[in-house]
Design a protein around this ligand. Structure first.
Ligand code: AKG
Ligand code: FE2
Length: 292
């Protein structure tokens, strides 16, 4: 594998706001060490288990993602009042007003791997999607300039189904890994001369395994390419993430705000209301051009 040690610092303490923003802007990612307390980690893990656990209907399902987790998890919603996190979210957006863009949690069991069925997303990809008709909610919310803020609550390593990223892959004109071509829409890539399917190999040139402990925050930019290791560990991998966009950002045509999102907004205490007034929720069935 062609992994060169990086020549810049990408791990920060929570108060190193400038370093965090510069690294995210220049390299497409940053890691913030030990942002959450042990009790916050445990409470969030319990929430991922409580909300997603019952969705596993049989043993063949190895990974489930909830694309509107914050609406169901008061503990996750409390993060919007957690100053060390919100300071970073605000700084990443230049100190301008911000709006909750989206959230998710993932519950991944040992054995989830590569392109194996019901294992969740493992292949290399960008979360960014082109706004080409007909596009879905994902394209709308991942064209909003919001960096993703992820907590891998059980840690991230190559053994436990952890994340890997491609530093510097966050720009519109990134050329792709050497020796690879993009799949349609630049969503993923494949080795030149092989079948044009999203690449699952955890040896993409220039990649970096994300090595984090529970409580660390992983930040990556909207276009940063990432892949996921096979889960060879024994403990369920639990993670949750959210993103905030600049409130001034126009999203274009949208789905009607789902009832669950409406209730969530209503339930937000007044001091946090400004963060959710423009929250859209997530409607995975919506397609552009059909309803408006
Ligand atoms: O499982 C992960 O850690 C990442 C999943 C992912 O990248 C996605 O769902 O877009
Ligand atoms: Fe992703």
């Amino acid at each position: 594998m062609e992994t060169k040690p990086l020549t810049y610092r990408y791990e920060f303490e929570g108060n190193e706001l400038q370093g965090i923003r510069d690294c995210t802007e220049e390299h497409g990612f940053a890691i913030v060490k030990q942002l959450l307390s042990v009790s916050a980690i445990e409470r969030l893990k319990d929430e991922v288990r409580r909300v997603i656990g019952p969705m596993f209907q049989n043993d063949t399902i190895l990974s489930i993602t909830d694309p509107a987790f914050i609406e169901k998890s008061p503990v996750m919603a409390e993060l919007m009042a957690f100053e060390p996190l919100m300071r970073i979210a605000s700084y990443l957006n230049g100190g301008e007003p911000i709006t909750l863009n989206r959230s998710a949690a993932i519950y991944k069991k040992p054995g989830a791997a590569g392109d194996a069925a019901k294992s969740g997303v493992h292949a290399w990809h960008t979360d960014w999607d082109p706004l080409e008709h007909p596009y879905g909610a994902n394209a709308v919310l991942n064209n909003s300039g919001a960096a993703s803020l992820w907590f891998y609550l059980t840690g991230s390593s190559p053994q436990n189904g952890g994340l890997a990223i491609l530093p510097d892959s966050h720009t519109e004109d990134w050329a792709g890994p050497a020796g690879f071509e993009f799949t349609p829409g630049r969503k993923s890539f494949y080795r030149t001369g092989t079948e044009a399917v999203p690449y699952c190999g955890m040896d993409a040139p220039g990649m970096m395994p994300v090595l984090t402990e529970p409580g660390d925050l992983v930040i990556f930019a909207e276009r940063t390419y990432h892949g996921v290791y096979a889960h060879r560990g024994t403990e369920d991998r639990l993670s949750c993430g959210l993103s905030f966009r600049s409130s001034a950002r126009e999203l274009g045509p949208l789905w009607p705000v789902p009832e669950s999102a409406r209730r969530f907004i209503e339930a937000c205490p007044p001091e946090r209301r400004h963060l959710v007034e423009g929250y859209t929720g997530f409607d995975g069935s919506w397609r552009s051009g059909l309803n408006e």
